[in-house]
Design a protein around this ligand. Structure first.
Ligand code: GRF
Length: 194
């Protein structure tokens, strides 16, 4: 069965969507470990689900963070899902898991991606630009920030009166199902290769 390592930095609603999909039998996989790079609300969700979860504080590990995460995941994860993970993974991590690291980003990449474009900053920029649509993207992680192959996208309409917060909320709801379907597809393609 596919073993998933999940990296988080925040509240962990995407992690929760993965937990629910596994528990509900929608996703034939096991979440083997959750790692946060800061005190993240999502750690509680992992603990409640009985998933081993640890915090590797980025302010303590600094440049060693990627290596430490890799040690923690060794032999335990077939794929790695970045579910709202804000640290940038080093090239040796990307190399070790190439084609097996998935990130979810709250915009229609390649628009509004790259360094500094995360969380509410993305939605502020979309609204400031007057865009009619935004959305979310699931992509493979490569060495560049938000530049890997796009696996799936979902458009979300920007409505009059939207604030960065209201837009973020509507996009987040779509992220959950998009992430599950992308992980399912990856699980299937890995199975087919075996
Ligand atoms: C999501 O918007 C995700 O796209 C971004 O960070 C947010 C994480 O939300 N990378 P959550 O922690 O899964 O609730």
């Amino acid at each position: 069965m596919l073993r998933i390592g999940v990296l988080i930095s925040g509240g962990g609603t995407n992690l929760q969507a993965l937990i629910d999909a596994v528990d509900g039998g929608i996703l034939d996989a096991r979440i083997t470990k959750v790692i946060a790079d800061r005190p993240a609300g999502g750690l509680k969700r992992a603990a409640s689900a009985g998933i081993p979860a640890i915090m590797l504080d980025r302010t303590i590990y600094g440049k060693e963070l990627s290596e430490r995460i890799m040690e923690e995941l060794k032999g335990e994860a077939d794929i790695v899902v970045l579910a709202g993970f804000l640290s940038i993974l080093g090239s040796s991590f990307v190399k070790a898991y190439r084609g097996r690291i998935i990130n979810i980003h709250p915009s229609l990449l390649p628009s509004y991606g790259g360094k500094g474009m995360h969380g509410i900053h993305v939605h502020e920029a979309v609204i400031a630009a007057g865009d009619k649509y935004s959305g979310c993207t699931v992509h493979l992680v490569e060495e560049g920030v938000d530049t890997g192959k796009i696996l799936a996208q979902k458009k979300v309409r920007v409505v009059p009166g939207d604030t960065p917060e209201s837009l973020a909320k509507r996009i987040l709801e779509e992220e959950h199902s998009l992430l599950i379907s992308a992980v399912k597809n990856m699980a299937k393609s890995m199975e087919d290769k075996q």
